[in-house]
Design a protein around this ligand. Sequence first.
Ligand SMILES: Nc1ncnc2c1ncn2[C@@H]1O[C@H](COP(=O)(O)OP(=O)(O)OP(=O)(O)O)[C@@H](O)[C@H]1O
Length: 335
Amino acid sequence: MGLRLKDLTVHYGSVAAVSDVEMSIEDGEVVALLGPSGCGKSTLLRAVAGLERASSGTVSWDGADLAGVPVHRRGFGLVFQDGQLFPHRDVAGNVAFGLRMHGVDRKHQAERVAELLELVGLPGYGARRTTELSGGEQQRVALARALAPRPKLLLLDEPLSALDRALREQLAMDLAVLLRRAGATALVVTHDHDEAFTLADRVALMRKGKLVQTGTPAEVWRRPADAEVAAFLGCTVIVDGVVADGRATSSLGSVPAPGVVDGPVRLGLRASALRTDPAGQLTGEVLQRVHRSDHVRLLVRLDTGPEVEATAPVTAALTSHTRFTLDPDGIAFIT
Ligand SMILES: Nc1ncnc2c1ncn2[C@@H]1O[C@H](COP(=O)(O)OP(=O)(O)OP(=O)(O)O)[C@@H](O)[C@H]1O
């Protein structure tokens, strides 16, 4: 059963920050709410938490309307960007907070705190002051605190965005594992598609207050709802093509397009769609090159016409005129 949003609309004054959103989260499912800054993600999450009032529509849990239920009675756990730990309590005191509120006795509090600190990878940290933790450790403690009372639903608003990039990637992977291990049902707000795809069973894409697409990471990645979603998900160039018998043909050649219906199609190209390959069929002039962490990103003018991004291994000896091959994994199909 889980969470159900029906025609949910939230206004700030006359502006609808969330508009007619229909969405559900099943028990044990992790859903990422993804979209650009200002599209209404946090407002939607806050309405689910009970921190914003719906102008119309409903938020329900297991079929029961939550309209009259205040934040602290919804049984949901909340984690925000900056953790918001209690500075005057140690780590154990923070993690135990919800348990104390629920009248759990000291012995069981201590057991649960130890279990949670183990789960978030901070065993033995109970007596540490929260002010002496790194940003990543603070977010782990915030997560442990939210999970401790076994919330029905965990609401995470940009939980990793205050952290630096390397730590964010590591923590996103850790978070994905520990949400599964805890069997948590969760809604995670993020503007970072890598993070959404790492964390979620399902991704819900928002734009201007509306939900434009929901699907598994693979579905959303390969079959974005429209060109704008494709661009948001990293497709920098879109070329026209046609699908016949499971293959999409365009000015760049032919690639497998399993599951795409025959007829006109637009191919959204990510940088990873085009790779340097001495045996490749495409040729082009390298206009720019930028080193990334584990590859080189190129801007290429193909001899067949379009300017596209491409990737090369860091060790590749590039000439100004280079051969490329198409990698179907880097291509999105928009129908
Ligand atoms: N308290 C408020 N009063 C008035 N307008 C608000 C308020 N909070 C948010 N808004 C507006 O509502 C819209 C949605 O904001 P929201 O914070 O939900 O977006 P978001 O997708 O979470 O953005 P970000 O990723 O930047 O946090 C924005 O246009 C924002 O300016």
